[in-house]
Structure formats: C-alpha cells, structure tokens
Design a protein around this ligand. Structure first.
Ligand code: CS2
Ligand code: MN
Length: 361
C-alpha cells in the first residue's frame, strides 16, 4: 500500500499548516526539507530533530525529504566536488539516524524545474503554472529569473533561491564543458560515493526528473526518458539508487509512455509525484487539475501501473491549481492539492478493490 503524503516546506516558508494537512483524508505524512539549507552544507542534527518533533507533534510523520539539493560542483565535476560529497554523505547519515529513509534530489544543471508563467488563467478562473517554448527561446536566463521571482506571491520558489540565481552567469560558464555524457559520469561518481551510507541506513535515493524533460538554455539534461533511466539504474545497480516518478515532468514529452515507464521501473520507484498536464500544442502546456478529464493524461492508468508494480512508497499530489482565492506559493496551495490527494486515494481504492475482489464476484 502506498503512503499518501503532502509536501510541506516548513514553518515560516509554507502558507499551509501541518494541522491543515492532517485533516486531508488519508494523508498520514509529509515530505519536507530544511528549506533554508544551502546546497553543499551539512544539515545540522538539531535542526533535523526539531523538524521531526514539530511534524510528530501534529500527528504526522516525515515520510521523506524533498530535497537534499546537490551542489553544482558535483554536477559539474569540479575538483572541489569531493568536499561537497562528504557533506552530503554526512547529511544522509544524520537523516538515517533520525529514521528518515527516502531522499528526493535532482541533477538538473543550474535550474530546477522551469515554467514560463506562474499564474496562467484557465477557463474556470483558476490559475496554474504554464510553459511556452517560445518564451524560453526569447529570453535570457537571468531575465527569466527576475520574472519568475516577481510572480511568486512573495514566496521563494523551490530551486530558485535568489542567492544561487545571483550567480547565474558564472554558473553557465562553469557548465560549458559539461555535456550529457559528462553529466552521466558525474552522477555515477556521486551515486557510487553515497551508496555505502545509503546501504548502511537503508536510505532510498529518488532522483527527480528534469522538468521539462529536455534541454533548456542549452544546458544538458539526462533524467528525461525511459532509455536514460534504464542507463542510470544499470550504471549503479543498487536498489537504493532509484527514482521519483513525477508524471508531470516526464509527461512534458508526449513521447514518454508514462504507465510503460512505471512498469519498467519496478522496485526502483521510491517516491511518486502524481499530476496532470493539458497541452495546447507540443510546445505549450499548462498544469491541470489532477482529474484525467481536465488534462491529457490517463490518471487511472498511471495509478494502476503504480499499483501493479507493488509500489508501497510515499506518493503525493504534485502542483495544484490556485483556487478559491487562496494565496500561496504557486503550485503549492492547500486546496487543489487536497483535492488531488483525495482523487488519487479514490483511484487507488477502486483499483485495489477491483483487483482483489475479482475472484469473489
Ligand atoms: C518539484 C521539484 O516543485 C516541483 O516541481 O517537483 O522542484 C522537485 O522538488 C525537485 O526537482 C527535486 O529535487
Ligand atoms: Mn515533481
């Protein structure tokens, strides 16, 4: 049985409160992080403990961390990477000691996810995150950051921390010699270094796909399709080297057959992000409600594939629409994600009952 969760950014960063999450039917745990941690630094034991206690006090558990971010030196493969890998290993050890066993991360150069609009209006008056390739092609990455920051309702968006973005130009230069092959090699180096601590503390590493699933601003991107995932799983063939299956990220490329990809990853999906997209054209999509009919994905088939492979890790609704006048971090309001969780729970219950009760009928 999967564990339904919601992402929570922590007190002071998230408009959503733990007690509210606790009231969403079926949600028993949160996926959280030390949101003000700086990539490359070791997480303080005291802060991890305090976070754990705060979550427990509200009747919830920490089902995993999203994310422990990776310092760019590790992705670039620069000579100082070993120092940052040491810090990462120490952070994993400290998380393991606090009984936390799933860590989501990504290996995207410079930027985390990329959208070109944070509040596109849909016909029903809700607003959603959206992406138009034309807007990316027309803009300089630094300007892009300024416009994203302006639209974020005063919240700092995950992966778009101002300190890091201030150095965008220098970062781009450092990635000049990093192509897809090099990025794969640097990921392998990192994973091989951390597998011993993951094995010791039973920590499932769950790489998040690149979003969108292609190169933006000429930067290499590798966690994009079934073939590359198979390569990654084989390159460090350890069950702790696994993935976050994010339907909305892989689904940006309509060539990705999502249920088929899920089935190919049996035993290696440690975390699932479930959301839906609506395409206006191949180069323009917006995030929809979780319901299949509101977008282009067959959510039943996605959840069924997870059920069929025996997925039993944490699952969460992903970005939601902004509805009912809520003011929150774009994609991370309470209301639409709560609807999403309820819908996924409903799909799961129906799939489970129709598969286990077949014989009785
Ligand atoms: C998330 C990612 O908000 C989102 O799109 O799914 O930011 C995700 O948390 C990171 O890529 C994981 O490191
Ligand atoms: Mn995701």
């Amino acid at each position: 049985m999967m564990k339904m969760t919601m992402r929570w950014f922590g007190t002071g960063f998230d408009s959503v409160k733990l007690w509210q999450i606790r009231q969403v039917p079926g949600v028993k745990g949160v996926i959280t992080t030390l949101y003000d941690s700086v990539p490359g630094e070791t997480w303080e034991v005291g802060k991890i403990k305090a976070l754990k206690e705060e979550v427990a006090a509200s009747g919830l558990t920490i089902e995993g961390i999203e994310s422990v971010n990776i310092h760019d030196a590790i992705k670039i493969g620069s000579p100082d990477r070993d120092r940052y890998i040491e810090n990462y290993i120490e952070t994993l050890k400290r998380l393991g000691e606090q009984d936390i066993h799933m860590v989501c991360y990504n290996f995207m150069p410079v930027f985390d996810w990329t959208r070109t609009e944070l509040a596109r209006k849909r016909a029903d008056g809700s607003t959603v995150l959206a992406y138009t390739q034309a807007a990316i092609d027309a803009v300089d990455p630094a300007e892009m950051f300024a416009s994203i920051d302006k639209d974020s309702n005063g919240f700092c968006l995950p992966g778009w921390e101002p300190e890091r973005m201030a150095t965008v130009k220098e970062l781009f230069e450092k990635y000049q010699d990093v192509d897809e092959e090099k990025l794969f090699a640097n990921l392998k180096y990192f994973l091989e270094a951390i597998m011993p601590v993951c094995n010791k503390y039973d920590i499932n590493m769950a790489i998040h796909p690149d979003d969108p699933a292609w190169s933006v601003f000429g930067l290499p991107r590798i966690i994009t399709n079934k073939e590359n995932l198979a390569r990654m799983m084989k390159m460090v063939d350890d069950p702790h080297n696994g993935v976050t299956f994010c339907s909305g990220s892989y689904g940006t490329n309509p060539d990705n057959d999502l249920p088929d990809m899920i089935r190919s990853l049996k035993g290696r999906i440690h975390f699932a992000h479930v959301r839906n997209l609506k395409f206006n054209s191949r180069d323009d999509f917006e995030e929809a409600a979780h319901l299949s009919a509101d977008g282009d994905f067959d959510m039943y088939e996605i959840v069924k594939a997870l059920y069929d492979i025996g997925f039993d890790g944490p699952i969460r609704p992903d970005h939601g629409r902004m509805i009912w006048g809520e003011v929150a971090m774009p994609g991370y309001g309470l209301y639409d994600r709560a609807l999403g969780a309820t819908y996924i729970n409903g799909l799961w219950e129906a799939i489970e009952k129709s598969s286990t009760r077949k014989d009785e009928r």
